[in-house]
Design a protein around this ligand. Structure first.
Ligand SMILES: Cc1cc2nc3c(=O)[nH]c(=O)nc-3n(C[C@H](O)[C@H](O)[C@H](O)COP(=O)(O)OP(=O)(O)OC[C@H]3O[C@@H](n4cnc5c(N)ncnc54)[C@H](O)[C@@H]3O)c2cc1C
Ligand code: FES
Length: 366
C-alpha cells in the first residue's frame, strides 16, 4: 500500500515539474518584450508584446471600432498594417475582399503584436474617448425593447453626429461571463450632448443585453467609448428613404432630431418594419416629427398583423411596402439600419427600383 502511495507521489511530482517547465518555456518563447507601434508615421507607442493590436491600442486610449468586442465576428476593427503583422489569418479572410488584402488591411483584433509594427488609421479615431456614464432612466418601448438614458459624467459631453454609435463595456456580471464591448447606435438629440440614449433589443442569452435588461440599475456607473461610425445623412438636398426594423430605430431618432434642429426641409419617408403590432414603437414621437419637420412621413409596416390588432396600416415585409410605394427611386438616397438580412434585402429592392449603390448608406447590427 505504501509503495503505491509513494509511486503516485513520484508521478504527481514529475507531472508538476513538467507543467512548471512548460509554463517557464512558454513565458520565454512568448515573451515578445516591448514592441513599438508606429501610427500614421508620426505617433509612436511602446507596448508589451503578445496581445492583439486592438487591445494594445485600447490600453493606450486609442479606440478602434470593435462592435463584437474582439471576437472576430463583426469585421469593423479594420486598419491598414504597413509592416510587422505576419500573414493574413483564416479568421480574417471572410471580412477582407481582394482589394483590402492587397492594401494590407487587417482585422486589428486578430493581429498579434509580436514585434514592431506600423499602422495607418483615420485621424478621426484619435478623437474617440472613453466616458464614465451613469444610467438615469429606463423606458419600456416594446415587450423586448427598452430605451436607456445615460448621463455623461466624465467627460460631461460627447460631440457626435446623428447616426453614429457608442460601444458600451459590459462587465463580467456572472461567473463564466467575460467583460465584453458591444456597439449601440445613439438614439438621442445631438444638441443634448450630455446625455446618450440607447434603444436596445433583448437578445435571448445575449451577454450584453441580458446584463442591460436584468442587472443594470438606475444610478449604476458604466464605461462607454465613442463616437464611432460613418453612418449619417449626406449634405445633399435629395429626398431620402429610411428603412429600419426593431432597434434599427435608434439612429433615425437622432437623425430626425438633427433635421429638426437644422430646420431641414428635406423630404424623408421612413419605413419601419415589425412582425406584429407589438413590435412597433415610438409612434407618438414619430407623429411629433411629422408635425414639426417640413416633409417627413412615418410608415409603420406589419408583416403578420393579428385579427385582434385591427391593423389598417401597411402590411407585409418592409421591402414589399417600399416596392408598392415607388416605381423609380433613382432620385433618392437610401438609409438603412437593422439586421443584416433586412439590409441586404432592402439594398436589393432599392437597386431594382433604380437607386445607385453609392446612394445607399447603412449600418448592419451584426
Ligand atoms: C454598428 C452597430 C450598431 C448597433 N446598434 C444597436 C442598437 O442600437 N440597438 C441594439 O439593440 N443592437 C445594436 N447593435 C447590436 C449589438 O451590438 C449587439 O450585437 C446585440 O445587442 C447583441 O449583443 P449581446 O451581447 O446581448 O449578444 P451576444 O452575446 O453577442 O450574442 C448571443 C447570441 O445571439 C446571437 N445574436 C447576436 N446579435 C443578435 C441579434 N441582434 N438578433 C438575434 N441574435 C443575435 C449571436 O449570434 C449569439 O449566438 C449594433 C451593432 C452594430 C455593429
Ligand atoms: S472587433 Fe469584431 S472582428 Fe475585430
Amino acid at each position: 500500500m505504501a509503495e503505491v502511495f509513494v509511486s503516485v507521489l513520484i508521478i504527481s511530482g514529475i507531472a508538476a515539474a513538467l507543467a512548471l517547465i512548460l509554463v517557464f518555456c512558454e513565458s520565454i518563447i512568448q515573451n515578445y518584450g516591448p514592441c513599438k507601434i508606429t501610427i500614421n508615421g508620426k505617433k509612436e507607442l511602446t507596448v508589451e508584446g503578445g496581445k492583439p493590436l486592438l487591445s494594445s491600442l485600447r490600453e493606450r486610449k486609442i479606440f478602434l471600432p470593435s462592435a463584437c468586442g474582439g471576437r472576430g465576428t463583426c469585421g469593423v476593427c479594420k486598419c491598414k498594417v504597413l509592416s510587422g503583422a505576419g500573414p493574413v489569418l483564416p479568421t480574417e479572410t471572410p471580412f477582407l475582399d481582394a482589394k483590402e488584402q492587397k492594401e494590407n488591411i487587417r482585422l486589428s483584433c486578430q493581429v498579434k503584436v509580436k514585434n514592431d509594427i506600423a499602422i495607418e488609421i483615420p485621424d478621426a479615431l484619435f478623437f474617440i474617448q472613453q466616458y464614465q456614464v451613469t444610467l438615469t432612466a429606463v423606458e419600456d418601448l416594446t415587450y423586448d425593447m427598452k430605451r436607456f438614458r445615460f448621463e455623461l459624467t466624465e467627460p460631461a459631453e460627447m460631440e457626435f453626429v446623428a447616426g453614429q454609435y457608442v460601444q458600451i463595456t459590459c462587465p463580467s456580471y456572472q461567473q463564466g461571463v467575460e467583460e465584453v464591448d458591444r456597439a449601440y447606435s445613439i438614439a438621442s438629440d445631438p444638441k443634448d450632448n450630455h446625455f446618450i440614449d440607447l434603444i436596445v433589443r433583448r437578445v435571448p442569452n445575449g451577454i450584453c443585453t441580458v446584463w442591460m435588461f436584468d442587472y443594470l440599475k438606475i444610478g449604476d456607473r458604466v464605461q462607454m467609448t465613442g463616437p464611432y461610425g460613418e453612418f449619417r445623412i449626406s449634405n445633399a438636398q435629395t429626398p431620402m428613404i429610411f428603412i429600419a426594423g426593431g432597434s434599427g430605430m435608434a439612429p433615425f431618432v437622432s437623425i430626425l432630431h438633427q433635421m429638426k434642429n437644422s430646420g431641414s426641409k428635406r423630404k424623408a419617408e421612413y419605413f419601419f418594419g415589425g412582425n406584429t403590432v407589438r413590435d412597433l414603437c415610438l409612434s407618438e414621437q414619430m407623429a411629433k416629427f411629422e408635425k414639426t419637420l417640413a416633409d417627413f412621413k412615418f410608415i409603420p409596416v406589419v408583416s403578420r398583423p393579428a385579427p385582434e390588432d385591427k391593423w389598417n396600416g401597411q402590411t407585409g415585409l418592409v421591402t414589399e411596402a417600399v416596392k408598392r410605394t415607388y416605381t423609380d427611386v433613382s432620385g433618392y438616397e437610401g438609409y438603412l439600419c437593422g439586421s443584416p438580412g433586412m439590409i441586404d434585402a432592402s439594398i436589393k429592392v432599392l437597386m431594382e427600383l433604380g437607386m445607385a449603390k453609392e446612394r445607399i448608406f447603412y449600418d448592419k447590427f451584426a
